[in-house]
Design a protein around this ligand. Sequence first.
Ligand SMILES: Cc1cc2nc3c(=O)[nH]c(=O)nc-3n(C[C@H](O)[C@H](O)[C@H](O)COP(=O)(O)OP(=O)(O)OC[C@H]3O[C@@H](n4cnc5c(N)ncnc54)[C@H](O)[C@@H]3O)c2cc1C
Length: 385
Amino acid sequence: MIFTPEHEALRRTVRGFVEHQINPYVDEWERAGRFPIHEIFRKAGDLGLLGISKPEQFGGMGLDYSYSIVAAEEFGTVRCGGVPMSIGVQTDMCTPALARFGSDALREQFLRPAISGEQVGCIGVSEAGAGSDVAGLKTSARKDGDDYVINGSKMWITNAPCADFICLLANTSDGKPHANKSLIVVPMDSPGITLGSDLDKLGMRSSQTAQVFFDDVRVPQHYRIGHEGAGFMMQMLQFQEERLFGAANMIKGLEHCIDSTIAYCQERRTFGNALIDNQVIHFRLAELASEIECLRALVYQATEQYVTGQDVTRLASMAKLKAGRLGREVSDSCLQYWGGMGFMWDNPVARAYRDMRLVSIGGGADEIMLGIICKLMGTLPGKKP
Ligand SMILES: Cc1cc2nc3c(=O)[nH]c(=O)nc-3n(C[C@H](O)[C@H](O)[C@H](O)COP(=O)(O)OP(=O)(O)OC[C@H]3O[C@@H](n4cnc5c(N)ncnc54)[C@H](O)[C@@H]3O)c2cc1C
């Protein structure tokens, strides 16, 4: 990918924002289990960072998706996973379908404030009984006059405790599971919505996650995004941006694991020598650094194709899979070289070890990515390659 001076300027803007507005407070937010999301989003919104590739008509910058990927990569310099994940939910998970398929009125009401940072959004797909199997979800939106009446619940919803709206995937008819779903924007202060208490997570501590319950929640039918029954298809498209964001966002965090481990191993001495002088250690770090460059190349290749309008389901799934795998491999290997220090809660590599573990599970587990890749290779059982 060829980067222009405009890409580099955006990089500097995101890096400066992270350095001054986020990183000095990360340790405090991790301990608190939350961060001041409305305040941070307003500041990000003022810099245009929440609408980089969103339409100018609704306050976005109208740039192509390569700029969003540059920002996703730089948000990887945040010294925890929770804050960039919350930002990614806003920019690349709960608003892509709204921006692409929403009516002008809906985009005016929900996309514009999401881009400016006045409103926080969340994405409601997973349910306690349906995570990987999205088609099997049970939450329903039944028509009643001009409204939908929504019943059901969503599980593990990032940003839910502080969100102003949810982009909800629900069954709007009893038809076939891939054709009976719609995406509906639901204000979180609607009567009938209740939240479970914040979920106590292994990692991503500074982002808030909760279960959301819908009990006869009434919203107008014009809060639906696009055509009725097209929700599953739109969510699958929306997942492409989620997965590209997730993979791009990992790169700099992985590099930070390597760099901080090199610095530590240069200082730490065993048996009279610096740890880094052991070939088994510096070879391993060099190998992992090479793997990270492969991930970067894959993300850039997928982005280039996405920008030209190609279907990148295969490459985005591969990038998400590789990012999840490397998140585990790099953080685990690096943690080992920190010895006992690596086992301390506030150690930067220990935090990465906890936070990055989610990447192999959330937004489609590794096995789901493998299934998609197999399907596109024609290698599913019973299919000819
Ligand atoms: C911190 C966090 C934040 C999240 N945020 C959101 C959010 O904002 N919005 C949202 O909608 N969801 C969110 N999720 C949910 C997440 O996307 C799901 O957890 C994920 O899709 C996996 O679903 P599941 O947990 O139900 O796992 P299951 O579907 O029960 O699967 C369990 C495991 O089985 C394996 N598996 C599943 N199917 C297959 C298969 N066909 N073949 C082989 N192996 C398989 C995989 O290893 C998988 O991890 C979040 C989850 C977490 C933990």
